[in-house]
Unconditional design. Sequence first.
Length: 531
Amino acid sequence: MNEFRILGPLEVLGEQGPIELGGPMQRATLAILLLNVNRVVSVDRLADELYADAAPVTALKQVQRQISDLRKMLGPDSGIETRSPGYTIRLAPEQFDLSAFERLTADGSEALAAGDAQRGSELLGEALGLWRGPPLADLAYESFAGTPIERLEEIRLAALEQRIDAELALGRHVELVGELQELAAEHVLRERFHEQLMLALYRSGRQAEALEAYRRARLALTEDFGLEPSPALQQLERRILTQDASLAVERPSVTSADQGRGLLAVSTDEGGLGSVLAVAGPLASLPGRELIVARLVGDERELPGAVAALDNRRAELVQTARTAAFTTDEPAADVLRLVTAYDVELVLVNTPADVDSAPLPPDVATLLEHSPADVALVGAKAVDWAEGSGVFVPFGGAEHDWAALEFGAWLASAAGTPLRLVGGRADPERGRRDASRLLAHASLAVQGLVGVGASPLLAALSADGLIEAVEDATIVVAGMSGRWRSEGIGEIRRALLNRAPGAVVIVRGGPRPGGLAPRDVRTRFSWSLEV
C-alpha cells in the first residue's frame, strides 16, 4: 500500500521504499489530486491549475497523459480513479500524511480542551513530527501551490501554538523559552507566540525579560505595521507588571511518583555515593526536581549499614530526597527499573574503576544502551564547589555534547558558578578554523534555555591541550563518545578521568528530546571528543 506525503517535498513510499516520480508537470498533477483527496477534480480545473489559466488546446490530452503515467508509475495502489467530470485519488487516512496530521491535531485539541494537557502534548507533538519541511517544498513556485501552501503552513502553526499551550500547562516553561524566542522573531504578526513567550519567561522567574519581550513585540507591530498589540497582549503585560497570581502554572495534585523531573543518584559503595551526591545535590535544589537516592549492595549483611548511612545522608541534604537500599545481582537492570518506575529524567551513577576499558563493563554498557533517561557517569574525584573556576564543558556539537552542555548549564545555574565552553583552536595547516562560532551558538542556546551566560575557551586539539584548558575547572562535564559501544569512553575522556585536577562527569543523552540540541544539528567544526 502506497503512502503519500505532502508535509515536506512531495513523496510517495511504496513497499520497496520511495517511488521516483516524473517531472514537474506530473508531480504537480499528483499534488493537485492529493490536495483534494477523496474529492473529484474536474479535467478543466486540473488544466487551469497546471497551466495557470492559460491552458493550450492540447490541455485535455496532456492531463490524460499525466494521469496515465502516474497510474503506471504508482502501480495498482495508485488510488487514482476516473470519476466524471475528471479524476479523484482515494486514500485511507493512514496512507496520507495530511489526513494523519489532521486526525492527530483534532484528537490533541480535544484532549487539551478536556484538561488532559499531557495527552494533548503527546498527540500534537506526534502530529507535528509528520512534517519533513515546508509543505510541497519542491513545488513551491508552481502557480497552483501558493494558496494551499499558505493554508498548510497556517494549520501547522495553529497546531504548534496548541502544543506549546499544552506544554505550558504541564509546567515546561523553562524548556520552551528558546523555541518561543525564535518563533516570535520569525512570526511577528502571530501575537499568540509573543504571549506564550512572555508567559514562559515570567514563569521562569524572568519578569524583566517578559516585559522586554512585550516591548519588542509592540515596537515591531507599531513601526512596521502601524498596529497596537491586541487587548489580550496588553492585558498580559499589565498582569505581569502586577505579578498576577493567576499567571502561575496550575499544577494538579499528584503523588510524588507522578511529579516527573526526577533525579536518580545511584552507587554501589558509600564513597562513590558521596561523589554522586555532590553533583546531584545542587541539581536537585532547582525548582520542580525531586531527588531519589539508591544504594545497591551485593550481600544482605551489608543492608542495615547501608540503610543507616542513607538515613544520615538524607538528614544532611538541604533539599527533600527519598532514599532506598536493596540487594541486587543485576545492578544495571535494577537501576533501569527505578528509572522507568519513577519517570526519572537523569540518572547519576559513580564510575567503576574499569570504565576506561574497551568495550565498557557490561553493567555500564547495559545502562547506557537501555536507559530512557540521560545518564551521567560521575568520576571518583568528588567535586569541591569552593574550589576552581566553575563548570567547564568541552564542546564539539556532537549528539551527546548537547546533553552535556544542558547538564553543565543547569549545574552552573544551581551552584551559582561560571560556565565555560571549551573548543578547538584553529589549525591552519589542516585548514581548520577555530570553534568560536560553534561555542557562540551553544552559548546563545544556553542563555535561552537556562538564562546563564557561557564564556568560550579555545584549546589545542589534543588530550594534553584539553587537560591544560580545564586545569582550573571545578568540574568538567563531557559528552559521551558516539562510538562508545565499540571503543568505550575513548582516549580524551580517559585522560579527563585520570588526569584532570577537578571532578569529571561524562554524559550520555537519552532518547527523550533535550531542551538545547537543534533537531538537525551537525558537527561543523574540528574540535571533537570522538577519540
